[in-house]
Design a protein around this ligand. Structure first.
Ligand code: ZN
Length: 677
């Protein structure tokens, strides 16, 4: 048994490592399909009945398979423990881990040992990576030594030259904003304009609900001990800051009865004089004097007023420490989770998302993949066009026309940067100088670069195709292989990292490609038509026919039906909507609408019908161990715990129950099936 698992594991690791361009020796389609068939069966726990718990049935042995390598390789105990902790918790995690290993190999090779010419950006990537690996130990205090709160004062905990009268919280926020911090006390972003997405505007807003969730005394104490405070000081301080954080969180309840307003900076300074907007903007745009005639869009003005009052009632010492703690938490999240090679690559991908995307593209991009993914996307669009044409919602013809136009205009983009845009990538990083021995300074420089580059977008009068999604570099998603729909661009973005198994390989079956990649693309496509996607038109402007659709009784009913399933599942209605509609869309795209009398079975997995295999492959993409949600998993919070996600999505789909012969009242048959489009 043990031997068998070992062989099986070797096969898997081969399968995982077979990427189209890193090793050009092409495996025959048969080999890949055999490997995948073995893998598919090894993840399954067939002692569970599919109609009772399909996730367990499809994924029951997934974790076991992931743990094999750590168990069987002879390594010292510490290394094993380390591996266990870093063991990815889901398929995307496995995919990114595998990718990080490949990048690490490429970075470790010294420049001299490669015969092929490397692009100059590799030097910078390598400097960041090396400076990270040399860290011993990771010391958060160094950041604070490099960056003071500004205005001639220092951090109260670290220096005797703290001057409370010199501390201006908004100036400090501006200064740290320039170094990437955002969503602390307020939020400042450069985003495509709502009414003309080809140009950008500054948006000022309150932080989101998640961003003001109190971090808790425990987390604060940990950070304070990290920067060398005594337990006594840390405890007392954490209590004070915790109290402030809770009051701050309560401000989220304030209604925005004034709504969003666009105004000139000079006028804002007069309209909300309590807050010192000019010094704030001066910190963010260090090299240009802020233009008082430039406009920005501000929301949640009542919150801003209440914030001012709340902050005024506190000791400057507490506010300054609160800001410092939030900054440390942010940097810690951007840095390596621990000093290991893989984590340094992960941190590099966060710090230099565009350069990393380009580097990943260099390794994984394949014209054949682009063609495959493109044609799959086209098929999904065609099928969805039919669904819109059928007009289940009975919308007025002009509305359907607008929706069809949006679908026609929707584009797919592989990677954050295009492979022929190396000049753009080089230019983007041109001014930044990194040092192989100073990780902290490198990281601050790169974080600052992103904010500076984003603000430079304000100056360009027309958006070019180059870097049309570069404004997303501050988002966590820019550094992972998770696909996304970019509403203001009407664009489905598929990172190069997804061009690996189990998502894509030139030799996988069409069924597997549809069930995994097809579902991912369909899910993102549907986000263009979810409850907030309908606000956007085909150009990405917030001028979509949302009122007409949101007022439609059938649309409301569909949403309500999904809402009822939220209590136990996803946190977000739009995620549920995208899952439900995407499964139907990709299934109908692959199998067509009419059941074929006899579909041939896959000879490698003859025990399942084609349709059963489709559902198993779909389910297995979400296999994972039960989540230990870290701070870094922010972006995934919106998705339900994967188990529920798979179960609810399948239970909602009538063809699933039919295919597995699930009787009414089994767990895998929803009492009520929801549909919107
Ligand atoms: Zn989604």
């Amino acid at each position: 048994m043990l031997k068998l698992t070992l062989i099986v594991w070797l096969l898997f690791s081969l399968a995982w490592r077979t990427t189209p361009s890193s090793c050009r020796q092409t495996r025959s389609p048969q080999t890949i399909r055999q490997l995948l068939a073995t893998q598919l069966q090894s993840y399954m726990d067939t002692t569970v009945r599919p109609c009772e718990n399909f996730y367990q049935y499809a994924c029951g042995n997934w974790q076991l398979q992931q743990e094999q390598p750590a168990q069987h390789r002879e390594r010292e105990k510490e290394r094993e423990r380390e591996q266990e902790q870093l063991l990815p918790s889901d398929t995307l995690g496995v995919l990114d881990l595998n990718l990080n290993r490949q990048l690490e190999m490429a970075l470790r090779r010294s420049n001299e040992s490669t015969t092929e010419e490397e692009p100059p950006i590799y030097d910078k990537l390598r400097l960041y990576y090396r400076s990270c690996k040399r860290l011993k130990p990771y010391n958060l205090k160094k950041y604070l030594q490099l960056l003071s709160p500004g205005n001639g004062t220092h951090w109260p905990l670290l220096s005797r030259s703290w001057r409370r009268e010199k501390f201006h919280w908004l100036t400090t926020i501006g200064r740290l904003r320039l170094h990437g911090l955002n969503g602390v006390l307020l939020k400042e972003q450069v985003l495509p304009r709502w009414d003309d997405s080809s140009v950008y505007s500054i948006y000022l807003d309150k932080p989101s609900l998640v961003e003001t969730l109190p971090m808790g005394e425990g987390a604060m104490i940990e950070l304070l001990l990290d920067i060398g405070q005594t337990k006594r000081v840390a405890n007392a301080l954490a209590r004070e800051v915790d109290d402030f954080e809770r009051r701050l969180h309560r401000l989220q309840e304030l209604e925005d009865d004034e709504g969003a307003k666009e105004m000139q900076l000079g006028y804002l300074a007069e309209y909300l004089p309590e807050l010192k907007w000019l010094p704030f903007m001066r910190e963010i745009r260090v090299d240009t004097e802020p233009d008082v005639r430039s406009t920005l869009i501000i929301q949640n003005i009542p919150y801003m007023r209440a914030l001012h009052e709340l902050v005024e009632r506190q000791q400057p010492y507490t506010i300054c420490n609160y800001i410092m703690l939030k900054f440390l938490a942010y940097l810690k999240q951007q840095g390596p989770a621990e000093i290991s090679r893989g984590e340094c690559v992960a941190s590099m991908r966060r710090a230099m998302p565009l350069a990393s995307s380009w580097m990943i593209g260099q390794r994984l991009y394949d014209p054949e993949a682009e063609q495959d993914v493109g044609s799959l996307f086209k098929q999904l669009k065609q099928r969805f066009a039919h669904i819109l044409e059928d007009n289940r919602l009975q919308l007025a013809p002009p509305i359907v026309h607008v929706l069809q136009e949006k679908l026609r205009a929707m584009r797919l983009q592989l990677g954050f940067v295009q492979m022929n845009d190396s000049g753009y990538v080089e230019d983007y990083y041109q001014q930044v100088e990194l040092n192989g021995h100073n990780f902290y300074a490198n990281q601050l420089k790169l974080l600052r670069l992103r904010v500076e580059r984003n603000h430079e977008l304000l100056l360009s009068s027309t958006a070019t195709d180059l870097g049309n999604v570069s404004y997303l570099t501050e988002s966590w998603l820019a550094s992972s292989s998770s696909p996304l729909y970019v509403k203001p661009r009407n664009l489905v973005l598929m990172p190069y990292g997804l061009l690996q198994l189990p998502v894509w390989h030139r030799n996988t079956s069409s069924l597997q490609t549809h069930a995994v990649l097809g579902f991912a693309l369909a899910h993102e496509l549907i986000h263009g038509y979810d409850a907030s996607g309908i606000d956007y038109d085909g150009l990405g402007n917030i001028m979509g026919p949302s009122e007409e659709i949101a007022g439609n009784q059938r649309f409301i009913q569909g949403l309500r039906c999904m809402q009822q399933q939220l209590a136990t599942g996803s946190r977000s209605l739009n995620e549920k909507l995208a899952d439900y509609e995407a499964l139907r869309l990709v299934y109908e795209t692959f199998f067509g609408l009419k059941p074929k009398p006899r579909e041939p079975r896959d000879p490698l997995l003859a025990q399942f019908s084609q349709r059963q295999l489709f559902f198993i492959s779909f389910g297995q993409f979400f296999c994972g161990k039960m989540p230990a949600l870290s701070l870094q998993a922010h972006s995934h919070l919106e998705h339900a715990v994967d188990e529920l996600r798979v179960m609810q999505t399948l239970a909602n789909f009538e063809d699933f129950s039919r295919e597995f012969g699930c009787e009414k009242r089994t767990k895998m048959q929803a009492k009520q099936r929801c549909r919107v489009w």
